[in-house]
Design a binder for this molecule. Structure first.
Ligand SMILES: [Zn+2]
Length: 309
């Protein structure tokens, strides 16, 4: 930890820079169909060398946000319906976030994770199976971290960003490993407690109340949660109305996953019987359903299958 702190201090001065993409964010009036879009106020590039920590809940080294600036982070996806609802809400505001997917979920729903990547969001890692790493011994914690990142890489078809969030924020015993792997660690400044919330209103009021008090922050949300998905359109509108600005985080360089763990993640796909190159729509398709009021026959491969009239 001491060594890590020393290394991190060395890089503190040049750690977070406003990237060249700073001016590319949507400005007012530049987001199609939404004159009141949040857009992106600025994009920052993070040098993850030495594994710097962010989010004042746990790590108080680097405070890079100005007053009224927020960073959105979403954990535990990708998940059907909810992740896509979050993506749609962010797209409607032409704004961007950082996602911390679970490795298993990434391999279950690679097509959804690819949509997250295609929309330009930043994608890090959140372990293979959402284990509490503080309770694991030795190599088991390493496996959770690395197999999680490898699963994201396989599902996404591209290297993940070296950004990591500990499940339950339990970082005990594993910070030095992440530092040696040059993976940045993200806690939060502001917890939405959306995993306890049952309604969109609860999520929104929790976030807005805390934000009004702190004035800025990295916000912890879950695209896994239905209430969060439902809250996002209203939350984004409210943030815009109150004058908040969105900062998008990127890494200076992508993460090089390790071949050993890429192989381990691939084995998990085989045992599941469905690969990331085979989206559900190509594995399961509707060949029979109650006749729709359309007289023309279906074209393409489906036409070869007898359809019940
Ligand atoms: Zn989580």
């Amino acid at each position: 930890m001491f060594l890590r702190t020393a290394i991190a201090a060395l890089f503190a001065a040049c750690l977070v820079q406003a990237g060249p993409a700073q001016a590319q964010g949507a400005q007012a009036g530049q987001c199609p169909g939404n004159p009141n879009a949040l857009g992106i106020a600025r994009t920052v590039e993070i040098d993850t060398t030495g594994g710097p920590g962010f989010g004042f809940e746990q790590y108080k080294m680097h405070d890079f946000l100005l007053m009224k600036e927020v960073v959105f982070t979403f954990d535990d996806g990708p998940w059907p319906n909810n992740t896509r609802a979050v993506l749609a809400a962010l797209a409607a505001h032409c704004t961007k976030a950082t996602f911390f997917p679970i490795g298993k979920h990434a391999l279950w729903h690679p097509e959804i994770l690819k949509e997250v990547g295609a929309a330009g969001h930043t994608i890090g890692g959140h372990t293979w199976s959402h284990a509490n790493l503080a309770k694991l011994k030795g190599d088991k914690a390493t496996e959770e971290i690395e197999k999680g990142f490898s699963a994201v890489k396989i599902a996404l078809g591209a290297p993940p960003t070296p950004f990591f969030r500990f499940p339950f924020l339990q970082d005990k015993g594993n910070l030095e490993y992440l530092g040696a792997r040059n993976i940045a660690v993200f806690s939060h400044d502001l917890d939405s407690f959306d995993f306890k919330a049952r309604t969109a209103d609860t999520v929104m009021s929790t976030v807005m109340t805390k934000l009004e008090r702190k004035g800025k922050g990295i916000i912890l949300l879950h695209d896994f949660q239905q209430a969060t998905a439902a809250a996002m359109p209203g939350l984004l509108n409210e943030l815009k109305a109150k004058g908040y600005k969105v900062v998008h985080m990127k890494a200076k360089a992508p993460l090089a996953t390790l071949a050993q763990w890429d192989d381990a993640a691939k084995k998990e796909i085989k045992s599941a019987g469905v690969g990331p190159d085979r989206p559900t729509s190509s594995v399961v398709r509707t060949v029979e359903e109650p006749a729709a009021p359309q007289p023309t026959a279906a074209k393409g491969p489906a036409a070869a299958v007898p359809v019940k009239k």
